[in-house]
Design a protein around this ligand. Structure first.
Ligand SMILES: Nc1ncnc2c1ncn2[C@@H]1O[C@H](COP(=O)(O)OP(=O)(O)OP(=O)(O)O)[C@@H](O)[C@H]1O
Length: 611
C-alpha cells in the first residue's frame, strides 16, 4: 500500500519571451494533497494543469523546477521513482502496432524484469496480466496502427496498461485513459482501473469529462483550475463543498459536468465568482485540515526534515530499487531490442522490400547510363568520373534516409528509457546494429553487384571487394550523419534539413565540383570531413590504377594506348595513389567519420530531455 503526499508543490517552466530572453511560467501553485490507495482522479478544464500535476507526482517533471515536496509513504520520492511505477501515457502509439498484444507485454517483461527470472516465469506473469486485463481473446492479434486495422481502441489501451503492470507497480499513473474511446469502452477501461485500485494499488489518473457511471467509481477527487487546486477530497463531499459557495447542482445533473461548468463560469452563483474558487479553497477549513493531517502523518514517519529526507535517499530500499532496474545485462537488452526490431521488420516487410527495390532501381539506372564503360581516351575517364559521382550520391542520400528511424522512434525511446526499460547505451547499440548495418547491408550489396558488373568495371576480385567495402563504409558514414542530425532535434523537418545541408556541403568539397586549391584555407579544410572526397578518391584509385586508355586514329586506323593517362588524371586531381596507404587512408577516414558521428549521436541521445 503506497500513499503519495504533496506538500506545497509548485512547478515552473522556462519559456521563450523573445528571441534571446526566457521567462519563468508557473504552471502549478501551492498544491497540497494526499493520494492514498484507491482511484484518485484529477479533473479540470483543458489547460488546468492535470497532466503537469500527474508528471510532477510521477517524477517525470524536471525536479529542478519543482518546489515543495512530493513524498512517497512519507519518504522523499526516490530518484528512480519513474522506474518503479507505471505511467500510461495518453498516446497509445508507444504500443508497437506490428507486434501482438502478448508480444508487446512480453517485450516489457523481458526488459523490465530482472534476468534472474526465467523466461517461463516471465511468460506466466504476462499470461496472468493478459487474463487480469481480459485480453485473452486478442492476445495473439497484432495491435495494428492508423493505417492497418488491429485490436480495438480499448484493447490497445489495455495493452498499454499491461506493459506497465509487468513490474507490479503499487502506483499507476494514467493520463486521460478514456480519451478517444467510445462511451462503453471508456467505461470498461475505468472499471478496470477501479478493479486494480481495489487490489490495494494507488491509481492516479486525469480524466476530462466523465459520465456519471464513471464518476461514481472515483474514491478521491482533485479539481484544478489554472494550476491551482479548487477541491481535494472525497468525491461524495464535493457537491456539498460547492453548495456552501452558492453553486447548486441540479438534481439530475452529472456532478462531473457540474464541476466543470462551475469552473468555466457556466453555473451562476449569487454569492461567489468562479475565479475566486482557488483562493476560497486555500482559506477553506477543508484544506487547512488536510495540510494539518499531511504534516502530522509525515511527522509520524519522522522524516519531514530535509536532511532526513536526503538520508532516506541513501536507504537500502532505494539502492535495491536502482539495482532492480539497472542490474540487468545490457547485452540481453540489446538482444531483446534487436529481436523486437527484427520482428517489426518481418511483419512490415514492405518498408524493407521498398529499400531493396529502390537500391536495385538506382543501380539499374546507373548501370544503364554508364553501361559497359569503354576505355576511349576521350570518354573513358570522363564517364568513370560521372559514374562514381552518381554512385556515391546514391549511396550517401540513401543513407541519409536513416533520419526517419530515430525521429519516429523518439517518443517511444523517451517513454521506455525514462520508465527503466533500458539504458541509452542499449538503445543506441541496437539502433546502430540494426539501422546502420543490418538494414543497409542487403540493399547496398545488391546495389554494388548490379552497378559493378553493368558498368563494366575492372574484373578483378580484389578491386571488386575494395569497391564493395568503400561503398559499405560510405553508407555507414552517411547513416551516422543522419543519426546525429536526428539525435539533436525532435523535428523531422529540422533534422532532415540539417542533414541535407551538411551532405550538400560535403558534396561541394568532395573534389569534383570545385577546385579545392582555388579556395582559401579558411574554407578548404571542409574537404577533410567530406565523405564524398574519401569515397570518390578510393573509387578512382581502385578503378583507374592499372587501366589503359586507347584511341584509334581515324585516318590510319591505328590504335594508340596510354597506361599513364589515368595516373595523370589522378595527379592532376591531387589524389595520391602510389602506395597502399594512399588507397586505404580513405577507408580509414570514412570509418573515423562514422565512429565520431556515432559517438556524438550517443552523447546527444544521453542529453535528450527525459522529462
Ligand atoms: N512545457 C511547457 N511550456 C509552456 N507551457 C506549458 C508547458 N507544459 C504545459 N504548459 C501549459 O500549462 C498549462 C497546463 O497544461 P497541462 O497539459 O498540464 O493541462 P491539462 O489540464 O492536462 O490540459 P488538457 O486537458 O488539455 O490535456 C497549459 O496552459 C499549458 O499550455
Amino acid at each position: 500500500m503506497t500513499t503519495i503526499t504533496l506538500h506545497h508543490v509548485s512547478f515552473e517552466v522556462q519559456i521563450k519571451a523573445t528571441c534571446f530572453k526566457t521567462r519563468d511560467k508557473q504552471l502549478l501553485f501551492d498544491v497540497s494533497g494526499t493520494f492514498p490507495p484507491g482511484l484518485n482522479v484529477l479533473m479540470g478544464p483543458t489547460g488546468s494543469g492535470k497532466t503537469t500535476l500527474l508528471d510532477v507526482m510521477a517524477g517525470r517533471a524536471d525536479p529542478k523546477w519543482v518546489k515543495g515536496h512530493v513524498l512517497v509513504d512519507g519518504k522523499r520520492q526516490p530518484k528512480n521513482f519513474r522506474c518503479l511505477t507505471g505511467y500510461v501515457v495518453q498516446d497509445d502509439n508507444i504500443v508497437m502496432g506490428t507486434l501482438t498484444v502478448k508480444e508487446n507485454i512480453m517485450f516489457s517483461a523481458n526488459l523490465r524484469l530482472p534476468t534472474s527470472i526465467s523466461s517461463n516465469k516471465k511468460e506466466e506473469k504476462v499470461l496472468g496480466i493478459i487474463q487480469e486485463l481480459g485480453l485473452q481473446s486478442c492476445a495473439d492479434t497484432q495491435v495494428g496502427s492508423a493505417l492497418k486495422r488491429g485490436v480495438s481502441g480499448g484493447e490497445r489501451k489495455r495493452t498499454n496498461i499491461g506493459m506497465e503492470m509487468v513490474v507490479d507497480p503499487m502506483v499507476l499513473f494514467f493520463d486521460e485513459p478514456t480519451t478517444g474511446l467510445d462511451a462503453s469502452t471508456a467505461h470498461s477501461v475505468m472499471l478496470l482501473l477501479h478493479a486494480l485500485s481495489q487490489k490495494g494499488r494507488t491509481i492516479v489518473c486525469s480524466v476530462h469529462q466523465p459520465r456519471y457511471s464513471i464518476f461514481k467509481l472515483f474514491s478521491r477527487l482533485t479539481l484544478l483550475f489554472g494550476g491551482k487546486m479548487v477541491y481535494h477530497g472525497s468525491n461524495r463531499s464535493a457537491v456539498a463543498y460547492f453548495e456552501q459557495y452558492g453553486f447548486v447542482c441540479e438534481q439530475n445533473n452529472n456532478p462531473a459536468d457540474f464541476f466543470l461548468d462551475v469552473l468555466q463560469g457556466v453555473v451562476p452563483s449569487n454569492e461567489t465568482e468562479a475565479q475566486l474558487l482557488p483562493d476560497l479553497y486555500l482559506e477553506s477549513s477543508l484544506r487547512k485540515g488536510l495540510v494539518q493531517m499531511i504534516t502530522s502523518y509525515n511527522t509520524e514517519c519522522k522524516i519531514f526534515g530535509l536532511d532526513r529526507l536526503r538520508a532516506a535517499d541513501d536507504s537500502n530500499r532505494l539502492i535495491a530499487a536502482i539495482r532492480y532496474v539497472y542490474l540487468h545485462n545490457d547485452n540481453f537488452k540489446v538482444k531483446v531490442l534487436n529481436g523486437r526490431a527484427l520482428l517489426n521488420m518481418s511483419r512490415d516487410v514492405r518498408t524493407f522490400a521498398t529499400q531493396v527495390f529502390l537500391h536495385a532501381i538506382l543501380a539499374l539506372i546507373a548501370g544503364i547510363i554508364y553501361l559497359q564503360l569503354d576505355t576511349d581516351m576521350q570518354s573513358g575517364i570522363q564517364n568513370r568520373v560521372g559514374a562514381f559521382f552518381f554512385i556515391t550520391n546514391n549511396v550517401v542520400f540513401s543513407g541519409n534516409s536513416a533520419v526517419d528511424c530515430l525521429i519516429s522512434d523518439r517518443p517511444t525511446f523517451i517513454h521506455e528509457s525514462s520508465s527503466g526499460f533500458y539504458r541509452v547505451s542499449a538503445y543506441f547499440v541496437c539502433r546502430v546494429l540494426f539501422d546502420a548495418f543490418l538494414v543497409r547491408f542487403l540493399p547496398t550489396t545488391i546495389y554494388v553487384i548490379i552497378v559493378y558488373f553493368l558498368t563494366g568495371m575492372q574484373l578483378d576480385v580484389t578491386k571488386f571487394f575494395v569497391f564493395y567495402l568503400t561503398l559499405l563504409l560510405t553508407s555507414t558514414s552517411a547513416v551516422s550523419i543522419a543519426f546525429f542530425s536526428a539525435s539533436i532535434s525532435s523535428s523531422f523537418t529540422i533534422a532532415s534539413t540539417s542533414c541535407l545541408l551538411f551532405t550538400m556541403l560535403m558534396m561541394i568539397f568532395g573534389g569534383l565540383l570545385v577546385n579545392i586549391d582555388t579556395l582559401g584555407s579558411w574554407l578548404s579544410w571542409i574537404q577533410y570531413i567530406s565523405i564524398f572526397r574519401y569515397a570518390n578518391n578510393a573509387l578512382f584509385i581502385n578503378e583507374l590504377k592499372g587501366l589503359e586508355f586507347c584511341e584509334t586514329d581515324a585516318g590510319s586506323n591505328d590504335t594508340f594506348c596510354d597506361s599513364d593517362l589515368a595516373l595523370e588524371y589522378l595527379t592532376n586531381q591531387g589524389i595520391a595513389f602510389e602506395t597502399t596507404w594512399d588507397l586505404w587512408q580513405n577507408q580509414l577516414a570514412l570509418s573515423c567519420i562514422a565512429i565520431t558521428m556515432f559517438v556524438l549521436t550517443y552523447i546527444a541521445l544521453r542529453k535528450v530531455h527525459k522529462y
